[in-house]
Structure formats: C-alpha cells, structure tokens
Write a protein that binds this ligand. Structure first.
Ligand code: SAM
Length: 270
C-alpha cells in the first residue's frame, strides 16, 4: 500500500467516527447534535492525481471535500481556465490553475506526469461535472495509472446520472453513450444497435441538434417513452418525460432552443 493509500484509509476511519454516535438511536431519541468535526479533512497525498467533480450549474453543489482538495493540491488543471477561474473566485481558491483540454493533451500529459514525479498533488477538473466523463480527462488518468501514480476520485455531480435519477424512466440498467454522433446515418446505426438493450439509453446532446435527434428517435421508436433534462441545477432547469413523438413535437414547436441537454430513451416495455 502506498503512503497516500495508507493516509486515506486512516482518514476514512476518522471520517466515520462522528456517525457512530447515531447507531441504535430510536425514533424518540433526541436528534444528534450537529457534527462539528472537520468531516472532510482527508489529507492530501503527494504524487497523486485527484479527479475532482465540480458543479454542473449550481455552485452550491461543490462538495466541502472537493473544495478542500482544490485548496490543498499544488496545482489544478482545468478544461477551460475561464470557467474554473469563476469557481476559484467564488470559493477563494488560490491554487495555481493550468489548462488541460483536448487540444493540449499530448503536451500536457508529460508535464503533469513530471509534476507527479516531483511529488506534487495535482487536481483535474472538468468545465462541469465529473472529469473523465465525456471530456478529455481519460488519457491522463490512463497515463498516470500506467506510470504507477495513485488516482483518487472526489465524486460529485454528473449530468447523466442527475438526469437519469429524475427522469422517471427505468433505472435498473442504463447505457451511457456520451455525445450522440452528429451525422444522422451514424446516429441511426448506433441507435439501432442499442435498441435491443433492456436499459435506459442516456446521451449528451447539443441544443443545435436536439430537435433533429428527437425527430429521428420518434421515427425509430414511435411508442417508446423518453425524457430530456435541460439546464440541470440552473435557473431554467426543465425535465420533461413523455413518449418520444411528443418530445420531438414539443421541442420542434419552440421558437428557440437554449441550454445544455441530456436525452434519455426508455427500453421497450416487456
Ligand atoms: N463531465 C460532465 C459530466 O460529468 O456531466 C459532462 C461534460 S460534457 C463535455 C458536457 C455535456 O454534459 C453538455 O453538452 C450537456 O449535454 C451535459 N450537461 C452538462 N451540464 C448540464 C446541465 N446542467 N444540464 C443538462 N446537461 C448538462
């Protein structure tokens, strides 16, 4: 076990302690006093890559542990430093910020590995949500693991899971497909291949293509239920569940389509 892993195990044991006071409390037992111990005080391990989930809209969703981790690491890498600078300002983070995006991956991976080699703790954040989920983080995680470094999750929001949880569609199994292919032919081949799955299909989609995608989905599966989740956790949050043709008609009738979308398709009912 590495020193970092041992530290984390000790910290986890410590984190559980406040909750043990609640064990066995009956219905009439007085409510437990608020926990005042620093429950998020997980020590930051050197030479470790932290994948830190950040809000998908509502900044209140940054977890205390995520904030503490971002404050304590030596450097954080972000997909878009302008976006992450706002997060830093809101949470008074002074941690140095560097760019890591699809265009710079090849150059930045060796740079980050060199930092890990020098013993630095490095955080990776996405524009929104969980790094590595439909963003450029995955090759960095693979490279860090291949080089023998610890990669630690600091979990939190992800648009796909948030959308699925409130969709009202079956959740016994789901298939997350990332972004739908842009071209209609490729989209159709993919959807046809996935159509037999007994699982809810979950995709990210651009507001510019969401009408065309739902029209195609409605043609392919006119009797299936679907849903879309738009602008989750934001001011104009909207979650709509209906048969696919109704969703297509609803979106097609709107004068303009804005915001970020997750689209979901229920499996064929048995
Ligand atoms: N890593 C992120 C995650 O864990 O959710 C996803 C990053 S991906 C580049 C961005 C896509 O996620 C958007 O195009 C949209 O489809 C979806 N998304 C992100 N935030 C969202 C939100 N607040 N509401 C709905 N969809 C969202």
């Amino acid at each position: 076990m590495t020193a970092g892993a041992a530290d984390r195990q000790a910290a986890q044991a410590g984190e559980c302690a406040p909750e043990t006071g609640l064990a066995g409390a009956g219905a009439d037992a007085p409510r437990a006093a608020p926990v005042t111990a620093p429950v998020t005080a997980t020590p930051i391990a050197p030479a470790t890559l932290y994948l830190v989930a950040t809000p998908i809209g509502n900044l209140g969703d940054l977890s205390p542990r995520a904030r503490d981790t971002l404050a304590a690491v030596d450097v954080m890498y972000a997909e878009d430093t302008r976006v992450t600078r706002k997060l830093s300002a809101r949470f008074q983070l002074t941690t140095p910020l560097r760019r890591f995006d699809a265009a710079t991956t090849a150059r930045k991976i060796p740079e980050i590995l060199a930092r890990l080699d020098a013993g630095e703790a490095v955080a990776l954040v996405s524009d929104a949500g969980t790094p590595g989920i439909s963003d450029p983080g995955t090759p960095l995680v693979a490279a860090a693991r291949d080089a023998g470094y610890d990669v630690v999750p600091v979990p939190g929001p992800s648009a796909a899971v948030a959308a699925l949880s409130v969709s009202g569609l079956p959740t016994h199994a789901y298939y997350f497909g990332g972004f739908l292919p842009r071209k209609a032919g490729k989209r159709e081949r993919l959807l046809t291949a996935l159509g037999e799955l007994d699982a809810t299909l979950v995709f990210y989609e651009s507001p510019y293509r969401v009408v065309a995608s739902f029209q195609q989905l409605a043609q392919l599966w006119p009797t299936r239920m679907g849903a879309f989740a738009r602008e989750l956790t934001k001011l104009h949050e909207e979650i709509v569940r209906a048969p696919l043709p109704e969703l297509a008609a609803d979106l097609a009738a709107r004068p303009s389509i804005r915001g970020e979308f997750v689209i979901l398709i229920a499996p064929e009912p048995h």
